[in-house]
Design a protein around this ligand. Structure first.
Ligand code: HEC
Length: 149
């Protein structure tokens, strides 16, 4: 009986996972843009705190770090060879020329988000973590994202 329940749960999880994978496969450009938009919102919430525009809130900070970690995990799979153009993408062709480096940057991004999640306890530790975290965004965009005016 126990085994059956576990199996059913695993099957359900597989279905849920499969559904996400299908959506991503059908429209990887929309999927990756949506993920990056949530990165932008998550970063915005952190910046507001460091600027004193909103009070420090650990739960909000942790939510942002989780958003980054999830993005780092999901993004690399969203650049199949047939998604270089279309869908108003701002992905640079260099991504497909240097896929290994592009993916490595997401690994680093995920690690830095995890480290921030562990180190940030208050406003000071958030400020200390922001430099490293922010470098991931700009560092990748500079090379792998086409600037649109
Ligand atoms: C390893 C690479 C990488 C990292 C790290 C990264 N980005 Fe991006 N970002 C991209 C790429 C590539 C695009 C272009 C998306 C596309 O159209 O395929 C993008 C697009 C965006 C966009 C525009 C989305 C849209 O509407 O089209 C925003 C906003 C954004 N990133 C925010 C961030 C923030 C904030 C961070 C850091 C917390 C971050 N990104 C980290 C690669 C990265």
């Amino acid at each position: 009986m126990k085994l059956r329940t576990a199996f059913a749960a695993a099957a359900l999880a597989a279905v849920a996972f499969g559904a996400t994978a299908v959506v991503a496969q059908q429209d990887p450009i929309a999927a990756r843009k949506a993920i990056m938009k949530s990165n932008g919102a998550a970063m915005g919430a952190l910046v507001k705190m460091t600027k004193g525009e909103s009070p420090f809130d650990l739960a909000t900070a942790k939510k942002s770090f989780a958003t980054f970690e999830e993005a780092a995990a999901k993004m690399p799979a969203l650049y199949p060879a047939d998604s270089k153009t279309g869908g108003d993408t701002s992905a640079a062709p260099k991504i497909w020329e240097d896929m290994a480096d592009f993916k490595a940057k997401f690994v680093k991004f995920g690690e830095d988000a995890k480290a921030a999640d562990a180190s940030v306890k208050d406003l000071d530790t958030l400020k200390a973590a922001m430099g490293n975290l922010g470098k991931n965004c700009g560092g990748c965009h500079e090379v792998y994202r086409i600037k649109k005016s």
